[in-house]
Design a protein around this ligand. Sequence first.
Ligand code: FE2
Length: 425
Amino acid sequence: MWPWYYCGQLTAPVLTLVVGGNHEASNYMQSLAYGGWLAPNIYFVGYASVLRFGSLRIGALSGIYNGHDYLKGHHERPPYDRSTMRSAYHVRNVDTFRLKQLTPDMDIFISHDWPRGVYHHGNVEQLLSKKPFFRDEVESNKLGSRPAEELLKRLQPRFWFAAHLHVKFSALVQHEPVAGDGSAANAADTSRAGDVDAEKAATSGTAAAARTTRFLALDKCLPRRRYMQILELGDGPTELSYDLEWLTVLRTTDHLTSVSAAPQYMPGPGCNQRFDFHPSAEELAATTAAWGADLLVPRDFAVTAPPYDGHSDIRCGRQPAAATDPQTSRFCARLGVRADITLDCDRTLDPDGGGDPAEIALDEDEDEDEDEDAMFVIDRRGTGVTPVTLAVTPASPDVTPVTLATPAKKFKRRNQAIYGAEADG
Ligand SMILES: [Fe+2]
């Protein structure tokens, strides 16, 4: 179905926000590192972001946590090798560092993997009855993302939504009440300036109200699984806007953007450079001066790659070269920041598309978690979807309309019985 959304033949009926996980097209996501439209009405948040929708302030963090790659810059570039194909979607400390600079008045936060320890705030025994193989990690408090846990404690959003573990689970996180001057969450994190904030809070003698976060993870999108829940939140105009504070943090921390695989530690107390990037009024004004007063996210999606035609064997192709999406170029030029994917890296791409020793054919790769041959079957009965002709947007005149074949449906072998029952029913 995706090519139809990409080309605009189908349009998402409601504005849809996407955070990256560990099974996405990393090259497309890296080309939209600061966020952008994946398709009309489908917006990818980038590595990390804060957005406004009506009265809601929404934070987001893409990827999954892997301690081996956390301190590195975003050094991966397509064509990926076996290692970078996986590490490309690992969370980096520069992105969580930027999120930690924000005023903790977040309504919603979205991540792919769960904050570590959040299962201790819900019915953990029910969770383990559904997923008994989580028990060791739960009991040792190793399940989930450590940086997401830090963000949960620091930002204390009203709601936190996640996925990844393929099970529905809800929790109510009661944050520790912190005395302070309104920046209560600042004292929750002692990894950066937390000690300073805690000291300020203690000396101010004021008390902030304890906050709660309602956590919700949903199951995989499969028949008879609990993968959808509707919540009515917020009001105001249904337009997507940038967050001025987030734009300012991106601007003032641009020098921390790295494309090196070497460890890069974020500045902290005691170092000889600035480490607190919570924006001042002057910095917010400077961002407005650079960016302009209009914070609406422009609807500037354009097709940038030949759409999949439904016929090609996508696992026998060659990976495309690294590229920056025009949306990213416009965003960076307007804000005055650098797109990391355009910075120098240690890999030279062949402009003719051949001869790069780092390039691998997709069909040589292995599935990340499991033996794919054992796990997948091809359903050649089709999906019952009528073939459609793609109407390619005028923004891509070199792409000719194509007729999509009914795609073969590919799914894990263990779900075959479910699909079979569904199709027959
Ligand atoms: Fe996942």
